[in-house]
Write a protein that binds this ligand. Sequence first.
Ligand SMILES: N[C@@H](CCC(=O)N[C@@H](CS)C(=O)NCC(=O)O)C(=O)O
Length: 321
Amino acid sequence: MAQAQFTRETAATGEFVRQPNRFTDRVTADSDAAPGDGPDEAGRWPVQAGRYRLIWSRACPWAHRARIVLGLLGLDEAIGIGTVDPIRDERGWRFTLDPDGRDPVLGVEYLAQTYRASDPDFVGRVTVPALVDTVTGRVVSNDYPQLTLDFSTQWRALHRAGAPDLYPRELRAELDRLMADIHRDVNNGVYRCGFAVGQQAYEEAYRALFDRLDALSERLTDRRYLMGDVLTEADIRLFTTLVRFDAVYHNHFKCNRNKLSEMPVLWAYARDLYQTPGFGDTVDFDHIKRHYYGTHPAINPTGIVPLGPDPSGWTTPHGRG
Ligand SMILES: N[C@@H](CCC(=O)N[C@@H](CS)C(=O)NCC(=O)O)C(=O)O
């Protein structure tokens, strides 16, 4: 079988099977821990302004999700943000964008140092996003799906005035189903296309991806957002994949039935979000392209980063809303 990008996450069928998230503690409003303390007996850390730090890469769709939610809720006042270099070296994510190559608060050069401080035996991929405790230097969570839901539901006391409710209680059952479909077929679906090392595994992922995009396009024909008139977590999760689609997934991950810009409803929907404060201003096509094309040698051995596509279409009128 062909050389896999991540051998330990590749099934015998050639299918990419993502590793589980290692750190699944939560920061919750009902934690019994006092401010300054570690987690309570149930693993719940206290909500506390200025204590935690979100480490993200501008390249990464899972981390980008957390960054957008933080901004929309105004939690970027309460939770610090550290940004890693889009290119990992053999020791992983680096703080080379910061003075002296260290995160100014955590004092580390590599995100791996916080993983090791939390679990000396950890052997998987060190991933972003990671919510790190600045008091103990430990990783609280790299559980990206729970992280953003907790920002919405557990951190309410520190939201900005007028913050949107991205996870409304009355919509949760439908939202959870929708987000599960989007995760399987779209967010992780593009990776299942790109990291497949068997023809059949690739084709299955490709079909599921474009079938789902067609269904989402249909859904968005007569409504502005996935749940209707209100923006929710599901839109953010779909956006972070759509915004990378033509720049990397279409070519690098072979998701090439057509480009996003050739799917009129989804393209207008994605531009609408891009032009909403908190979305486009967090997008960095340079980081996105350098990360994907530059760090997957099994897929792009030369590491050459394509110059296109022209991103200027993102700011053109979308005609929605
Ligand atoms: N935590 C998840 C998703 C997050 C994730 O995969 N992030 C990527 C960037 S998009 C990452 O940090 N990769 C590090 C690596 O591949 O070594 C996982 O373990 O699969």
